[in-house]
Design a protein around this ligand. Structure first.
Ligand code: WT7
Length: 662
């Protein structure tokens, strides 16, 4: 495992041996009782079949799993509609007045209450609008929106008419939008004029306009008016949501689709420069997210107020804001803004006011709150909380303990949930009424999921040993492929260990057999829980006019988990003097170029200009060495380098720029 996270981090994790058992009171009322493991693991397919039957099917399925490596189908002869499962069945059962979302806008006092009936009406209007625009089952639709209820309605409207949605995170640039819209050949884009970001209205429509210059197949753009900012308008193509959607009939007869009908595509970074369109099915996916949401978050639809503080632009929002919670009919909080909009206590104010019971967020956010100080949560009553969750990267024990005591009042179980865009739903986690978790460990596979930690040859490692995380058998929420690239799908996930799913993460099995996820073992970085590929960022940097070559590594960072550090060689004739204004200018210009080519989240924390990059004799850039340099570690073996002095030189350059971070 040459590319795992720094040994130091691994060591400190493994010295953590405190455990935190749930209270007897929590354990007694929990949805998941200890027998769940034996029941599920005795016959996982039968158990998942039972879970699938908690959904509403129009045609019951007779087959459960068909596994033709690497292609799985689940419940394939059944038919259902995802939006009916999220909405109609609750309304039909008399729960239409139940609140689906307490929505809180970024500006103070900008709130909306959306019941299940309200949401069904919004979705029906949007579904009618899509059909009026000629959308047919199977057509792909891109969604690029802020965190407003219409974003959820847009997703469910797509699901209702059988058009797979591709939600593109609102922070992505026009270039990134165009790549994604073209890869999935989307014919409609749903967006908003803009969204609020720390008090300012940031343009979204304007990014879409730029992107669509290279997407001629897009027929229409539906635009929600959110900020009221000025937008350019292309007559015939652009349609206002309030004019075109909100005038449609508020009922819509949903068709039923086969369980394997694709529900959505979500792009994620792999080890190459082009993002992969991960696509998910309908029946298996809904089964997975509904089941995991019910047992892991222990939801009681009558009383819980769930807050998954994630963006719908990422898979966490898809699975645990939209499809999991809505199939289970719970009430949720949806907040539009950043954690410090309106004060660093904004979240805690929201929790106090809406009496949130379940909070699910990322370690990077938890660490940011830690830095901001205890006075912010301390000034609010957080006693409504009864369960906390973490997702996106390994959580360091210190943050785990802070989360438990400062936010959870030492009373709330914490579920550290490991999963991926590809897995669709949670795969490994404590169960809140059963497990006594160790801070920092994802602990055990979810019932009905089979996971192993293996060595290079695919052999299970012993207790106390590290290796690669694999999934042994297909599961209902698993990706059905990479959009348009079945070869890459097989190659990326199912060939490293034949017949088993290779997650790309390193893990350790501790002396008790519990599993600790250690981070990526490939050239993928995890910055604030966002997945970025080193190749993708390098590709963006070398797209800058002055750049000859670039190498990007993820270096550990106290707040964001990892940070992007780039080593860049300028073209001859474009070189600049060290510490000159010209140097500062070119660095700023490269960072900006990355923001424009991908997204501001991909901007390097640090750029080191260097006349050379360390390469092996075969010409491969030695990222491992650069990572050592970026993390100020003693340098490893340099004997395979063409020019071993290059690394020492870069190290010196790095030291000279130690204060570059911003
Ligand atoms: C990668 C997946 C899952 C939704 C958000 C990220 C890392 C995720 C954990 C965790 C340790 C974690 C892994 C994984 N990761 N959750 N609880 N403990 N690592 O989805 O962008 O597809 O990224 O995030 O490295 O492979 P994603």
């Amino acid at each position: 495992m040459s590319d795992s996270r720094p040994e130091g981090a691994v060591e400190s994790l493994l010295h953590e041996d405190r455990t935190f058992a749930p209270s007897a009171e929590f354990a007694a009322q929990a949805n998941a009782q200890p027998s769940i493991y034996a029941e599920a693991n005795a016959d996982p397919v039968a158990w998942w079949t039972e879970q699938a039957n908690t959904l509403t099917w129009d045609t019951p399925f007779t087959k459960s799993l068909t596994w033709d490596l690497p292609f799985a189908t689940w419940f394939e002869d059944g038919t259902l509609n995802a939006s009916v499962n999220c909405l109609d069945r609750h309304v039909d059962a008399g729960r239409g007045d139940k609140v689906a979302f307490h929505w809180i806008g970024e500006p103070e006092d900008d709130t909306r209450t959306i019941t299940y009936s309200d949401l069904l009406a919004m979705v029906s209007q949007a579904a009618n609008a899509l059909e009026a625009l000629g959308v047919e089952a199977g057509d792909r639709i891109a969604i690029y929106m802020p965190m407003i209820p219409e974003a959820v309605a847009a997703m469910l409207a797509c699901a209702r008419v059988g058009a797979p949605h591709s939600v593109i995170f609102g922070g992505f640039s026009a270039d990134a939008i165009a790549d994604r819209v073209n890869d999935a050949d989307c014919s409609i884009v749903i967006t908003a004029d803009g969204g609020y970001r720390r008090g300012a209205a940031a343009g979204l429509k304007q990014q879409v306009d730029d992107a669509l210059k290279s997407c001629p197949q897009v027929r229409n753009v539906l635009v929600v008016r959110r900020t009221g900012q000025e937008v350019n308008w292309q007559e015939g193509r652009d349609l206002w949501w309030h004019e075109y959607v909100e005038t449609q009939p508020a009922n819509h007869a949903a068709k039923s689709f086969p369980a394997e009908h694709p529900l959505y595509i979500m792009y994620t970074s792999g080890t190459t420069a082009s993002p992969k369109g991960i696509f998910h099915s309908t029946g298996g996916y809904l089964t997975h997210v509904s089941t995991t949401h019910r047992y892991i978050f222990d939801v009681k639809p009558e009383t819980d107020i769930c807050w998954t503080a994630a963006d719908i632009g990422w898979v966490t929002g898809h699975s645990y804001i939209v499809y999991g919670p809505l199939t289970n009919g719970v009430t949720q909080i949806m907040y539009e803004g950043t954690p410090d909009a309106g004060g660093r206590d904004r979240w805690w104010r929201i929790i106090e006011e809406y009496k949130a019971t379940i909070l699910y967020t990322a370690p990077t956010t938890i660490r940011t709150f830690m830095k901001w100080g205890d006075e912010h949560p301390a000034s609010h009553d957080l006693s409504s909380l009864r369960l906390l969750g973490s997702v996106g990267e390994p959580i360091n024990p210190e943050a785990w303990i802070w989360y438990r005591s400062t936010i959870g009042g030492d009373r709330c179980p914490i579920v550290d949930t490991w999963w991926q865009t590809e897995t669709g739903g949670i795969m490994m986690t404590p169960l809140p009424g059963i497990t006594a978790p160790k801070p920092g460990a994802a602990m055990t596979p979810f019932p009905g999921i089979s996971i192993d930690v293996v060595d290079n040859e695919g052999i299970s490692v012993a207790k106390g040993e590290g290796g690669f995380l694999v999934v042994n058998a297909p599961w209902p929420g698993m990706l059905r492929g990479i959009w348009g690239d079945p070869e890459r799908y097989h190659e990326t996930y199912w060939s490293r260990f034949e017949g088993r799913y290779f997650a790309g993460d390193g893990a350790k099995r501790d002396d008790d057999g519990d599993i600790w996820v250690l981070g990526r073992v490939d050239d993928v970085m995890n910055v604030s829980g966002h997945r970025l590929s080193t190749a993708e960022v390098e590709h963006a940097i070398v797209g800058h006019d002055d750049v000859a070559e670039a190498a990007v590594v993820g270096a550990s960072d106290d707040t964001t988990g990892q940070a992007v550090v780039a080593f860049v060689t300028l073209k001859s004739g474009k070189e600049v003097d060290a510490n000159s204004e010209a140097e500062a200018a070119v660095i700023a210009s490269i960072r900006n170029h990355v923001a424009v080519s991908i997204s501001p989240i991909a901007k390097p924390r640090q750029i080191i200009l260097t006349p050379d990059l360390p390469k092996t004799r075969s010409g491969k850039i030695m990222r491992r060495l650069l990572r050592d340099v970026a993390e100020h570690r003693a340098l490893g073996d340099v004997t395979t380098l063409t020019d071993p002095t290059v690394v020492a030189m870069i190290d010196a350059l790095m030291a000279a720029h130690a204060s570059d971070d911003d």
